[in-house]
Design a protein around this ligand. Structure first.
Ligand code: HEC
Length: 191
C-alpha cells in the first residue's frame, strides 16, 4: 500500500511538473507561427487577441460604482490559456502570459432581482503581456516586467497609449507587491 501510494504521489507530481513545463512554454510556442503570432511584434507592438472571450480564461470582474445608483463601468478580465494554472502553481505569471481587461459602460434598471447594472457598450481594452526579461528596453510601452497598452474599441491593433510610466504605472502602484496586478479580484488565482 505504502509503495502504491508513493508511486501515485510520484506520478501525480510528474503530471503536475509536465503540466507546468507545458504551460510555461505555451505562450512562446503560440507566438511562433499561429494566429497569435501577431499579438506582439518584434518591436513590441501588441494587439488585442481575437476571440479572447472564448479562447482565454475568465479571471474576474470589477464594478465601478457610479454617482447614481448602479455601476458606471464594468471591467472584465481574461487571461491567456494556462496563465492562471501556472500562477496557482508558482505564484507568478509565466513570460508570455497575456491579461486583457475589457472596459464597458453600463445600463442600470430595476429587475426582479433588484437594481441591476449590465454591460452596455464596449469602450476598449487594457492589455498586459508578462516579460520578466524586459525584452523591449527602447519601447516605452514596456517595462517593470510587463508590456502595457490601451486600445480604443474601434481599433484592436493599434494602441493609443504612449508610455506606460505616465499612462498606467501610477494607478498600479497599490498592486506593486503583486507584480503590478490587482490579484485580489481574481478567485481563480488562489490555490
Ligand atoms: C485610473 C487608474 C488606472 C490607470 C490609468 C490604469 N489602470 Fe489598470 N487597473 C486599475 C485598477 C484599479 C485595476 C483593477 C480594478 C478595476 O479594474 O477597476 C486595474 C486593472 C488592470 C488590468 C487587469 C489586471 C490587474 O492588474 O488586475 C489590466 C490588464 C490593466 N489594468 C492594464 C492597464 C494598462 C495597460 C494601463 C495603461 C495603458 C492601465 N491599466 C492604466 C487602475 C488603472
Amino acid at each position: 500500500m505504502t509503495i502504491l501510494r508513493s508511486a501515485m504521489a510520484a506520478l501525480s507530481t510528474s503530471i503536475i511538473a509536465t503540466g507546468i513545463g507545458c504551460l510555461v512554454s505555451l505562450p512562446a510556442r503560440s507566438q511562433a507561427g499561429s494566429a497569435q503570432s501577431q499579438l506582439v511584434d518584434a518591436a513590441g507592438n501588441m494587439h488585442i487577441p481575437d476571440n479572447y472571450r472564448t479562447n482565454y480564461e475568465y479571471l474576474g470582474s470589477w464594478s465601478v460604482a457610479g454617482d447614481e445608483r448602479g455601476a458606471k463601468e464594468m471591467h472584465t478580465v481574461y487571461a491567456s490559456p494556462g496563465a492562471a494554472e501556472a500562477y496557482r502553481a508558482t505564484g507568478k505569471f509565466p513570460d508570455g502570459s497575456v491579461l486583457v481587461k475589457e472596459v464597458q459602460s453600463t445600463a442600470t434598471a430595476v429587475m426582479t432581482t433588484g437594481t441591476v447594472s449590465h454591460v452596455d457598450h464596449l469602450k476598449g481594452w487594457f492589455m498586459m503581456v508578462k516579460d520578466s526579461k524586459n525584452s523591449h528596453p527602447d519601447n516605452k510601452l514596456w517595462g517593470n516586467g510587463w508590456g502595457w497598452s490601451w486600445f480604443d474599441a474601434d481599433n484592436k491593433v493599434k494602441t493609443t497609449s504612449k508610455d506606460f510610466r505616465s499612462d498606467c504605472l501610477g494607478c498600479h502602484i497599490p498592486a506593486k507587491a503583486t507584480d503590478w496586478i490587482y490579484v485580489s479580484g481574481y478567485p481563480g488565482l488562489k490555490k
